[in-house]
Design a protein around this ligand. Structure first.
Ligand code: UGA
Length: 431
């Protein structure tokens, strides 16, 4: 199939490269000429394992190309995916102006039948608005369909997630749209949920909200574990083996971040508010997430007595491992708070330092590895569970530190082992 993807961000670029790898002809469009120029030269704007090779291979084999010209893409391709950004407004609502602009451009560029598919995470009813907008600007009355096909890939494992989805959701209004999309996704051999457009839109927001709820739930339980001396890892295992609950997404930590959960929760709360439902439950999920960061600062303070002039080493800056994405990374708030209290911060991240440098206070010291971070630190905080932090030589780490205090913000270390090496070890809800 000939596919045009508008928006070469995380979702657009990964989907484009994967569709191309499945044998389709794909054009990725973005209105940022710098991004398109560098993609054409083979440079990938994000760090995502396997993506650079995938893009390179498919470009070379002629299945993947890049352009800034929506008209060109829409003229050549029967299926047009909208994967532009839907950032948060100040009131938490999703800003849909990019989606609207793209819909208008598609409307005036369609030479014949086109299937327009929402891939971006959008509030329920966006499909209706896209359809309405295209109708208004489609002066030549060309036939078209709108569909919703939310994406569930995660950063850090995006290609694997795209190619092996738990399910593919198709929100459609016509058999023609359903048949095209079912054919496109056939090679993935995944269960396909065919539904109406509004239900598909809600599936995406509800999935992300549910996952965020799971994380805040386990974080709340971890606080209880801390207070009574129980162990959250054992508790999560005991809960998660119940198949109705499932063991995924029950890792307590410093809170969730990223470009999706925080934004989608706010948007879903606003959608509910607008139709007269107070989604108090999701507001509590947000509150627990904020509390979790404040708790980390309190934990560190209780270990160091006074924060001013103490040196705190922070391992990890991205919101999760295997990405250089720092958007809404909980550790950034924690660093800001510690800095405000007068602590010195040293840090290292395998991929995210360039981006973090632009937003963190200028006094923060960026190091070349974890050992340089440990040197002369009064406390070490593990904030992102990169594999290389799991394999550290902790005897060496301890010998470099001023005080051997380890705060494990992701519960990746064995408390008994760390205590044996001589650390004062504090995890999240761990004994
Ligand atoms: C999330 C969803 O998992 C994807 O299905 C979805 O497609 C994507 O949002 C999106 O809407 O685009 P992502 O934000 O890439 O994916 O990352 P996750 O792996 O879901 O992690 C989100 C945050 O939750 C991270 O900060 C992570 O550290 C945290 N988390 C995750 C926990 O604190 N505990 C857990 O058990 C799991």
């Amino acid at each position: 199939m000939k596919i045009c993807i508008i928006g070469a961000g995380y979702v657009g670029l990964v989907s484009g490269a994967c569709f191309a790898d499945l044998g389709n002809d794909v054009i990725c469009i973005d209105n940022d000429p710098k991004k398109i120029k560098s993609l054409k030269l083979g440079s990938i704007p994000i760090y995502e394992p396997g993506l650079a090779e995938l893009v390179k291979r498919n470009k070379k084999e002629g299945r993947l190309s890049f352009s800034t010209n929506i008209k060109e893409g829409v003229r050549k391709c029967e299926v047009v995916f909208i994967a532009v950004g839907t950032p948060s407004r100040d009131n938490g609502e999703a800003d849909l102006s990019f989606v609207e602009n793209v819909a208008k451009e598609i409307a005036v560029s369609m030479p014949s039948y086109r299937l327009i598919v929402e891939k971006s995470t959008v509030p329920v009813n966006t499909g209706e608005w896209v359809e309405h907008t295209i109708k208004v600007f489609n002066k030549r009355n060309i036939k078209f369909d709108v569909a919703s096909n939310p994406e569930f890939l995660r950063e850090g494992s995006a290609i694997k997630d795209f190619m092996n989805p738990d399910r593919v959701v198709l929100g459609v209004k016509s058999k023609r749209a359903k048949d095209i999309l079912a054919e496109l996704y056939k090679p993935l051999k995944a269960p396909i949920v065919v539904t109406d457009i509004k239900s598909a839109e809600i599936i995406k927001h509800a999935s992300n909200s549910f996952l965020a709820t799971k994380i805040s739930f386990i974080n709340a339980i971890s606080d209880i574990c801390d207070k009574v001396g129980a162990d959250i890892v054992e508790v999560a295992r005991g809960i998660g083996l119940d198949r109705r609950i499932g063991k995924e997404f029950l890792n307590a930590g410093i809170g969730f971040g990223g470009s999706c959960f925080p934004k989608d929760l706010s948007a879903f709360i606003r959608i509910a508010e607008k139709i007269g439902y107070d989604f108090g439950m999701l507001k509590e999920v947000q509150r627990v997430n904020e509390y979790q960061k404040a708790l980390l600062v309190k934990k560190i303070e209780s270990l160091l007595w006074n924060l001013p002039k103490k040196t705190i080493g922070v391992l990890g800056l991205s919101f999760k491992p295997d990405t250089d994405d720092i958007r809404q990374a909980p550790v950034l708030d924690i660093i800001e708070q510690l800095h405000r209290e007068g602590a010195h911060i040293k840090t290292y991240d395998p991929q995210a330092m360039e981006k973090a440098r632009m937003v963190l206070p200028k006094e923060v010291k960026f190091c070349k590895d974890a050992y340089e971070v440990a040197k002369n630190s009064d406390c070490l905080l593990l904030a992102t569970e990169w594999n290389e932090f799991k394999e550290l030589d902790f005897k060496r780490v301890k010998s470099l530190m001023k005080q051997p205090i380890l705060v494990d913000g992701r519960n990746i270390y064995d408390p008994a082992e760390m205590k044996r090496i001589g650390f004062t070890y504090v995890g999240i809800g761990r004994k």
